[in-house]
Design a protein around this ligand. Structure first.
Ligand code: NAD
Length: 484
């Protein structure tokens, strides 16, 4: 078998120790890999590269297409960009896959039957990082959810479930509140889910879903969700499974994939041969499946399970009376290597190689852009910075100058409609949304929008942003104000 090139970064803190341990185990397990070492992290940040990586290292990742990454230390202070976010964006790593499993009774957990895979959308949502201060009192971040991005992640979750013999996919959103953005995610889940009749499907609102997952994780199998919810859920589930030192994650893109442990560089434990390499090893096992060497993944995973059963435990999972021996990083790796070829006795052996086993790279078809819908501009929300006063006063100012094609239909403050109906109790800030709709219900032109802005300006109204109100094939592409 020819060797598969992989880019490897040893990282900072405990990174170099756990990476050496994992590469040793994988290679003893038969991995056919051609290692291209790159430098990332603290040292590179401090050389003035704000993302902690040099262009030539990025090129190595691009050439290898597979990146095995140890944790890094992000220096304290401003001006440093997250290396993970940079890599995700550069290489379109849209899916973050994090299997979390309990290893009861060998590793302490309140949830002996936990076996959940979190599939998190990795590029969109609030993580686009588009933030603005709009008024002295109000700050905004844009939550962007796209149909292509959503289709891709939902399809990935179902393909993953199918490939790994999982029975159920649960979608979690907050679409009772965010009807358009989270609503799209839920809708696409229903649409694409219909193509996977053999897989059970369910949807939970994220708040109660999280509570359920924290309380009864055995009810869940694969969970697919948006970026921010997934970020929180995946750490929570990894933690309740037993230890953050155990889980690995895969970041999958169309051309490049990155595999890493979920924990950080644990600087206080560095250089003492203490750290648990298991999280990075689990990431390495996923990588072996990804590069088409499932027999290596299977051999290493089963040897690891056997080692855990035998009670060779690093300090973080060591328990008096349960563990046989507290071992260091190197000794743990040696124990796993000794067990290569053996099967676990308590745990069910892992199978990656049987007929119909996971395809190495899950095939997600490219997005098919449908014929765009008919898009009619029927109004505009103009946001103004106005020192809190009576909403009627603002309404009067606007109505006095409006072009005839528009009518003022609502004013809201922090999303709550405060005009034409005003509730005394509503707390007001200096950021007002004034909703103007086409007076006769017919589409308006951009000239009308420009004229409205000009009139606001002449009336001394400090507009700070606008949002257009469209009908897409006759359906409103905007939400109503609370109480509108
Ligand atoms: P951390 O995950 O490094 O450590 C949290 C706790 O878990 C510590 O008590 C640590 O001793 C323990 N721990 C973590 N991994 C362990 C392992 N493999 N074996 C045994 N114990 C382990 O989180 P932190 O302390 O918040 O962050 C330290 C540094 O890591 C920071 O600079 C942070 O920015 C960085 N970080 C990097 C990544 C990454 O590269 N993907 C992720 C998270 C944090």
């Amino acid at each position: 078998m020819s060797k598969v090139p992989i880019a490897v970064a040893y990282g900072d803190g405990i990174g170099p120790e756990i990476m050496s341990a994992c590469l040793h185990i994988l290679q003893e397990g038969g991995a056919q890999i051609d290692i291209h070492t790159i430098e990332i992290g603290e040292k590179i940040y401090l050389q003035g590269y704000t993302a902690g990586i040099k262009p030539e290292a990025i090129q190595t990742i691009r050439d290898c297409k597979v990146f095995y990454k140890a944790p890094i230390t992000t220096p304290q202070g401003g001006g440093f960009k997250s290396l993970n976010v940079t890599t995700r964006k550069l290489f379109n790593l849209f899916a973050n896959v994090r299997p979390c499993v309990s290893y009861h009774p060998f590793i302490d957990t309140k949830f002996p039957k936990l076996d959940v895979v979190i599939v998190r959308e990795n590029e969109e949502d609030l993580y686009a990082g588009i933030e603005h201060q709009q008024t002295p009192e109000v700050y905004q971040v844009l939550k962007l959810i796209t149909r292509p991005g959503t289709e891709r992640i939902i399809r990935y979750a179902f393909e993953y479930a199918r490939a790994y013999g999982r029975k159920k996919v649960t979608c979690m959103t907050k679409d009772n509140i965010m009807k358009l953005t989270d609503g799209l995610f839920h809708k696409v889940f229903d649409e694409i889910g219909a193509e996977y009749p053999e897989i059970e499907k369910e949807h939970w609102i994220i708040d109660i879903g999280t509570a359920k997952l924290a309380d009864t994780p055995e009810m869940f199998d694969v969970v697919v969700t948006l970026n921010l919810y997934g970020d929180i859920l995946s750490d929570m589930v990894a933690q309740i499974a037993g230890s953050v030192g155990l889980a690995g994650s895969a970041n999958i893109g169309p051309n490049v994939a990155m595999f890493e442990a979920i924990h950080g560089s644990a600087p206080r434990r560095a250089g003492q041969n203490l750290a648990n390499p298991s999280g990075l090893l689990h990431a390495g096992i996923m990588m072996m499946v990804h590069i088409g060497q499932p027999e290596v993944a299977e051999r290493v995973h089963n040897a690891w399970l056997r080692t855990i059963e035998e009670g060779y435990h690093t300090y973080d999972i060591y328990r008096e009376g349960v563990s046989r021996e507290k071992v260091g990083t190197k000794e743990f790796a040696q124990a796993v290597v000794r067990n290569l070829g053996k099967q676990p006795e308590h745990f069910k052996p892992v199978r990656y190689t049987q007929e119909g086993g996971p395809a190495k790279v899950l095939a997600i078809p490219p997005y098919q852009r449908p014929t765009p819908p008919k898009k009619d501009l029927i109004g505009i929300d103009i946001f103004v910075n106005w020192t809190p006063g009576r909403p009627e006063e603002l309404a009067e100012k606007i109505q006095a100058v409006l072009p005839s094609q528009l009518k003022l239909t609502m004013i809201s403050n922090r999303g709550t409609a405060v005009w034409p109906q005003t509730l005394e109790e509503t707390f007001l800030v200096d950021h007002w949304r004034t909703r103007l709709l086409s007076a006769d219900g017919k589409p308006i032109s951009h000239e009308v929008v420009i004229e409205a802005l000009k009139r606001y300006h002449e009336a001394g109204l400090d507009f700070i942003k606008t949002e257009h109100l469209y009908l897409f094939d006759g359906v409103e592409g905007y939400s109503k104000g609370q109480g509108e």
